[in-house]
Design a protein around this ligand. Sequence first.
Ligand SMILES: Cc1ncc(COP(=O)(O)O)c(C=O)c1O
Length: 396
Amino acid sequence: MLSNIVKNITPSATQDMEVTVADMLAEGIDVIGFNAGEPDMGTPDFISEACKKAIDEGRTKYVNTVGIFELREAICRKLKRDNGLEYDPAQICVSTGAKQAVNNAVKAVVNPGDEVIIPSPCWVSYEEMVKMVGGIPVTVPTLNDFQLDVDAIEKAVNDKTAAIIINTPNNPTGAVYTEEILRKLADIAIKNDFYIITDEIYEKLIYSEKKHFSIASISKEAYDRTIVINGFSKAYRMTGWRVGYTAAPKEIADGIASIQGHTTSNSTTFVQYAAVEALRYGNDDISKMVREFERRKNYIYSRLVKIDGITCSNVDGAFYLMPNISAFFERGTNGKRIKDSYDFCNYILEEARVAVLPGAAFRAPDCVRIAYTNSFEKIKEGMDRIERALITLNKE
Ligand SMILES: Cc1ncc(COP(=O)(O)O)c(C=O)c1O
């Protein structure tokens, strides 16, 4: 018999769509992907070169479970420089992607029966990770502009609350949480004594005057109950390399090291050497990428809000927009009704040959997630196609 873990979790909607798009492309169908949660541009050459050099130098053996010292030191320098956070290399655990880092963090502070607050819309994996340790995910909707609803969060807190998982800039909404709101959240966490797991993987992808703010930097009390998650996938375009990290108070960091020691051990050794170079020289490259994402976001946003029936928040971060498409529910063509965001995505995939993701998978049932991780030309073409398909629906 299958385990309760398997019976309790749902497969990742984002990974399912990736398979669908890959299959369609393999069949020669001209589908445009607005689904991928990864930059379309390749990893910068200097990072690949550092990896090749590390292999040539024989950096192919097991290393310390929590990562090579050089990388953990470089991560500490980054956290100080960018986030005003003081960590010692002993508080860092380098993992196989930020995904493993979040999973380690959840395992380190959540017991069976504990509740974990997750503001929604939310990334598809948080709830499943909580369920996998026997915890109970408690989703709390965000406000209309996708900022945290701190009053609703406070109401959701009870004796069983072990942690909150926040993600800023946010996947899937693109929202960048303000310092003011994060300060209020920290007060609630301190008062009620629960942990904050803060996933900051999109930190570098912000397109306005807004600044990324790390909740751990608020005070010693906030720092003492916060686990910071970050990684290399989005900022350095290293999605396939699988390298991310946690920074945490020493006791939690030790727990995370034990968990990882019994699961995957160290993140790939030669990749860690490349990650050191990424932190050392990656900033110019990030700026160029951010300018391009901003151009795409502004373009898609301007096209979306002109479409009858669509409303959209003009958010500032990550590479996602989350338009509300519920005006199209109960409409349809050829006898097919659109009942929900899944039907809407299927319609757009079949009719426009554009892949977008159903908001329902992220607990945003009235929305879809559009990732602008495709070239500007493909984005123009994709928006033309979506617009044509929706004009047809609007005529029904
Ligand atoms: C919010 C969020 N956290 C974590 C991750 C995982 O990143 P990594 O590739 O470093 O595992 C993703 C990837 O899509 C993400 O969107």
